[in-house]
Design a protein around this ligand. Structure first.
Ligand code: P6P
Length: 329
């Protein structure tokens, strides 16, 4: 029997893929390799701890709140620690903003040329009920001089300044999906080899779709245009799919086509999701995959940040679906 039928080729692993696409990253690819290696390492540790959280007393509430007043799960805190440590050890990152930290986290590595904005574990309240959760990250080049102490200016950059972004989804399989501005590539984690392997090369999202994702429990206070759009979706007998875990809802819609909506509502006049470490990263990914992301007034990545933790409404997914929503608004 011909060898190729016996020995199926293993896809490129993350490291090899980055090296073979180094022209895609306008800075030294070694720096990006190190950055993504650090992210991947932390994600492998979190994946392991999450898979047995119920057995090692890591499930449930930590009994604390983050600076935003969100109740922290034990794994929220653990994930934050894992990423801070891995990124600090890697030496490429001088500062990090995180949902779990009120202020900028300084790694002390002032020669690091990069800044990270991240949600270490988004949707973590779903862990106890075995629903997929995710890590979301944006990578920026620092603005201040290398060697100096980073400032807020380094961490408060528009989404268009991202040099890379992506997410890790801890689901039925664990996947690492990222872009450096030259398309989107997805890698699936092989636990037995401890590596991420290319499984979704040149990922693009369908131009249109039939899935809408929204927590309609807030619909009594949605803007009229959003209500009109949702009624259109129902008139067209589309499919409502809402997991309540942003990365899981986003990833499904990215692959199948669809729109995720988190509009303004009574308790959240700017919605619920955070610009710097949730919306910008997914906006970069979706645009690179051919989709669209807006806050209802402007492109998400054009929003000028004024606060590390600011919220913004989010409408993101297949271009034609977002276009129709904007017409309604
Ligand atoms: P709601 C999880 O807390 C999260 O940040 C996203 O992952 C998710 O899409 C959203 O909030 C769910 O919010 O109000 O529908 O429970």
């Amino acid at each position: 029997m011909e060898d190729s039928r016996i020995a199926l080729p293993i896809g490129a692993n993350l490291d090899r893929f980055i090296k073979s696409h180094e022209s895609h990253f306008k800075y030294a690819s070694g720096e990006l390799s190190q950055l993504l290696r650090d992210m991947a390492l932390a994600s492998k540790v979190i994946n392991r701890e999450m898979n047995k959280a119920g057995l090692i007393n890591l499930a449930g509430n930590a009994g604390s709140q983050n600076a935003q007043g969100d109740h922290q799960q034990k794994l929220d805190i653990l994930a934050d620690i894992r990423f801070m440590r891995a990124l600090t050890k890697g030496g490429e990152v001088c500062a990090i903003i995180s949902e779990e930290q009120d202020d900028m986290f300084l790694t002390g590595k002032n020669n690091g040329k990069y800044v990270i904005a991240m949600d270490p574990l988004d949707g973590s309240s779903n862990i106890d009920v075995n629903v997929s959760v995710g890590t979301i990250f944006s990578i920026y080049r620092r603005k201040t001089e290398v060697g100096t102490t980073p400032t807020a200016e380094d961490c408060m950059q528009k989404g268009t300044e991202q040099v890379a972004a992506g997410y890790i989804i801890y689901g039925s399989s664990t996947m690492f999906v990222y872009t450096t501005g030259n398309g989107v590539n997805g890698f699936t984690y092989d636990l037995s080899l401890g590596e991420y392997f290319l499984s979704h090369p040149n990922l693009t999202t369908p131009d249109d779709g039939k899935i809408y994702s929204c927590n309609e429990g807030n619909s009594n206070s949605f803007p009229d245009g959003v209500t009109a759009y949702l009624n259109q979706c129902k008139d067209n007998e589309m499919t409502g799919r809402y997991i309540g875990s942003l990365v899981a809802d986003f990833h499904r819609n990215l692959l199948k086509g669809g729109i995720y909506l988190y509009p303004p509502y009574r308790k959240g006049p700017n919605g619920k999701l955070r610009l710097m470490y949730e919306c910008n990263a997914l906006a970069f990914v979706v645009e690179q995959a051919g989709g669209k992301a807006t806050d209802g007034k402007q492109r998400i990545m054009e929003i000028e940040p004024t606060d590390f933790h600011q919220k913004c409404p989010l409408y993101i997914g297949s271009k034609k679906m977002v276009d129709r929503l904007e017409e309604c608004l």
